[in-house]
Write a new protein. Sequence first.
Length: 300
Amino acid sequence: MDNYLGIDWGGTNIDIGVVNSSGSLIARSVYPTSSNNTKEKFLELLKNVLALYSKYNIKAIGIGAPGLIDIKNGKIFDLPNVPGWKNYPISKEFGRSLKKKVFINNDANVFTLAECKVGLGGHVKNALFFTLGTGLGSGVVINGELLYARTSAAELAHIPITVNGQKCGCGSNGCIETYLGNAYLIRNYKKKTGIKKEITVKELYERALLGEKAALSVWEEFSFYFGRFLAGMVNLFNPEVIILGGGVSGAYNLFKPMVLAHIKRYAMAPLSKGLKIKKAKIKHAGIIGAALWAASNCAA
């Protein structure tokens, strides 16, 4: 059975693993994005990882990147939260240096691929997938097929929800991502409480569970924005299910009822009927999906 290197490239961490062609994770390691965010450092990291996992005879490399990707040509158009990669032909350049075929897609698309192939097992025809973390990743499956066009497509995070909103990493203002990312959650909490020390989203979730008013208020506002946004997506795509992954989804049990209530209120009733919201099933879906993307391209 062939093995592939899957890379889940996030704004905080670069999660790398060896995955076989059936989607099973064999080995894994994690590295900080901040220490490997230049082209030279990232390339050196991958050389070291390939040496580390040399016994697995890696056939190809799949990368899930947090931004807009030219899938056909293996090129990064832009990574809003990771500067310095605009218009970079990563498949060509990294493939030549690493002596391996390199295939790249949007990180949410590869997450979607993993959930469809391994998690849901292809049983759902129409679904929306979101990764909640540093930003908001999105994937769309219509009639059982991953939606993409000339680019990785489905950049739902960058739909503007207000005219004069906060500055977004994409260069625009008022994108829904600016109201849902972990940085916004923490900044909102600090504004409400006046605290100066650093706090994690996990701690914010735990404080809300303990009944702290400020923490609860942050999650209520998050749920309102996310729920209204998802209501629009339900009206547009009419999905059977919405799957949520990423670090912020750790608070799923807290915000799910509120988000669902807002969807029911703001979406058109026939379209939201029977809609389910579920937490992602696949652990390390970004790695697995990236590897499966490489595998599918090798087989094509």
